[in-house]
Design a protein around this ligand. Structure first.
Ligand SMILES: Cc1cc2nc3c(=O)[nH]c(=O)nc-3n(C[C@H](O)[C@H](O)[C@H](O)COP(=O)(O)O)c2cc1C
Length: 192
């Protein structure tokens, strides 16, 4: 019988590489919230900026480049995945797709993990990116929570982030907390 999970380990990936990214700010806030007020969840931000662009010629004698291998191991060890997904041209970002592709190569690192997606962006708050991400999750065997949803319009006043991309909006923090609770509970249901 599988060992019951006590504290779920979440790998958190931001699809934006810029320093003051709103989406990376959502992940930093999720980490803070997990420490302060959500029991049973441990979130690690996984840096995808050092991954080379996908090129299977870089796999030599079955070995992945070291940055890719380290990334794949982190995904494999996680119980679930939190994506913070900027919307680029109505889809999710190229860096995130690159990371997902590297970890999809055999053995698929994403399989049977619970996942959640949040976003901050323009008019629809990055929401369109969710649907492409969810679609790819079908093939990768990721199980996304459906609700609650978080698409945050980052440009509508009052300001939601400070100049460094830190989330400063109390209502959004509350909504983010609800996502973490739902992700934790769904992960536990999936693996009980
Ligand atoms: C190439 C590119 C395409 C974009 N396309 C969209 C888009 O389709 N919809 C949208 O709401 N915002 C779009 N944006 C704006 C970004 O979503 C916005 O700048 C967001 O703040 C980026 O996330 P970040 O703050 O985490 O870097 C685009 C930005 C770039 C650079």
């Amino acid at each position: 019988m599988a060992e019951a999970i006590q504290v779920i380990k979440v790998a958190a990936l931001s699809g934006s590489l810029r320093k003051a990214s709103f989406n990376t700010g959502l992940i930093r806030s999720a980490i803070e919230l997990s420490k302060e007020s959500v029991n049973g969840i441990q979130i690690e931000e996984i840096d995808i900026s050092q991954l080379p662009l996908l090129n299977t010629d870089l796999i030599v004698n079955g070995n992945y480049p070291s940055a890719v291998e380290a990334f794949r191991q982190k995904i494999l060890k996680a119980d679930s995945v939190l994506f913070a997904s900027p919307e680029n041209n109505y889809s999710f970002s190229a860096p995130l797709k690159n990371a997902m592709d590297w970890a999809s190569l055999p053995p698929n690192c994403w399989g049977d993990k619970a996942a959640a997606v949040v976003s901050a962006g323009g008019g629809f708050g990055g929401g369109r990116s969710h649907y492409h991400l969810r679609q790819i999750g079908v093939y990768l065997d990721l199980h996304f929570i459906n609700k609650p949803e978080l698409f945050l319009n980052a440009f509508q006043p009052p300001a939601k982030f400070d100049d460094d991309g830190n989330l400063i909006d109390a209502e959004t923090k509350e909504r983010l907390k609800e996502i973490l609770v739902a992700l934790r509970d769904f992960t536990l249901r999936l693996h009980k």
